[in-house]
Ligand binder design. Structure first.
Ligand SMILES: C[S@@+](CC[C@H](N)C(=O)[O-])C[C@H]1O[C@@H](n2cnc3c(N)ncnc32)[C@H](O)[C@@H]1O
Length: 332
């Protein structure tokens, strides 16, 4: 219950035409002090003095955001009796030509605020990736994307190397099983994945593509990136991939188009200098895969030579082959 003296004080604060106009504008919308001044057509210092009195009386509340101060009518507004007085005054003010003029100016000011925010991005667009897209771990983006995928997916990255593809999958799916024959490559993959996606569930298993360390039907998808050109024969590895995939589960191969960079045999251990897409399609069909499709990829492989004549760095085209284990494909 307000004491009579407090009530008189509050009513005195209300008894000023400028303060009434301010309250009428801030009733329902939060305004920056500058916006309020412009809507009232008054200097900011004059407005600030009135704002201080209204704030001290508990009629206005204030929020600071950086260097800006935003004000709005306080939810309590001095308690029940003062709220009643304000409601009566407000309904009269709403009809006054002065308040209507204030509202028209406010509409212009708020329009500028909206246009300003939209236009800001027109200027920021060119530099946005340098100034605005800066996530500490990338987890948020991965999690957002993961929400769109079915839950509980286990994916095998075969010939995972240092975990380049697994890194893209970890966090998106429930589990990534990385398989490689090289202990050292697996150790690098472990280090990278622990650092770059520590919360992801990743298993590293040492093994051969033609004798995969995976149970029959253990995985919901397989990716084999840049590894088929290391194999003397495709058929044994593809039979294994079919065995470990659930029925109708997808497989994707990432490969190099045939090329003539002979040094890659010695320096990168490549057995074939790329592979014809048609040879992979034929081998997949023979292994019983369905819905086989070759897709171009807008990307290139740019390996670096160790040798002294390494001044020219090749740019090698890539492609994808998609297929699914026997049955109807689940992915699209
Ligand atoms: C060119 S790296 C590709 C690594 C990774 N997939 C990527 O895209 O960055 C090839 C990897 O396949 C592995 N690899 C080659 N032949 C293999 C086989 N028969 N069984 C298992 N791993 C094999 C190698 O040890 C190497 O780590």
């Amino acid at each position: 219950m307000l004491a009579a003296a407090d009530l008189t004080g509050l009513l005195k604060t209300l008894a000023d035409p400028t303060r009434l106009r301010m309250l009428a504008l801030c009733d329902g919308s939060e305004l920056a002090v500058g916006e309020l001044s412009r809507a009232l057509g008054m200097s900011q210092s004059r407005v600030s003095n009135h704002l201080r009195l209204l704030r001290e009386a508990g009629l206005l509340s204030e929020r600071r955001a950086g260097t800006s101060i935003f004000v709005r009518v306080a939810p309590d507004f001095g308690g029940e009796p003062v709220r009643g007085v304000w409601a009566a005054l407000k309904s009269r003010l709403d009809e006054s030509p002065e308040h209507r003029r204030d509202l028209l100016r406010l509409e212009r000011v708020l329009g500028e605020r909206e246009r300003g925010a939209a236009e800001l991005f027109e200027h920021l667009a060119a530099d946005w990736d340098k100034i605005g897209v800066d996530f500490q771990t990338g987890q948020a983006r991965q999690r957002a994307a993961a929400c769109l995928l079915p839950r509980g997916l286990a994916i095998a990255d075969l010939g995972c190397g240092t975990g380049y593809l697994a890194r893209g999958l970890a966090g998106l799916v429930s589990k990534v099983i990385c398989v490689d024959r090289s202990r050292a490559m697996l150790a690098q993959a472990r280090k990278r994945l622990a650092k770059e996606c520590p919360d992801a569930q990743v298993e590293l298993r040492r093994g051969e593509l033609d004798a995969l360390p995976l149970a029959a039907g253990e995985v919901d998808g397989v990716v084999a990136g840049m590894v088929l050109h290391h194999l003397p024969e495709l058929a044994p590895a593809l039979r294994e991939m079919r065995r470990v995939l659930k029925p109708r589960a997808p497989l994707v191969v990432l490969e190099l188009e045939p090329h003539s960079e002979d040094w890659m045999r010695e320096e990168l251990g490549d057995l074939h200098l790329g592979l014809e897409p048609a040879s992979i399609v034929t081998a997949l069909r023979r292994a019983g895969f369905q819905e086989i499709a070759v897709e171009p990829v807008d990307d290139h492989y740019t390996p670096r030579r160790r040798a002294a004549e390494a001044h020219s760095q090749p740019t090698l085209p890539l492609y994808l082959v998609r297929a699914c284990a026997p049955g109807d494909c689940r992915s699209n």
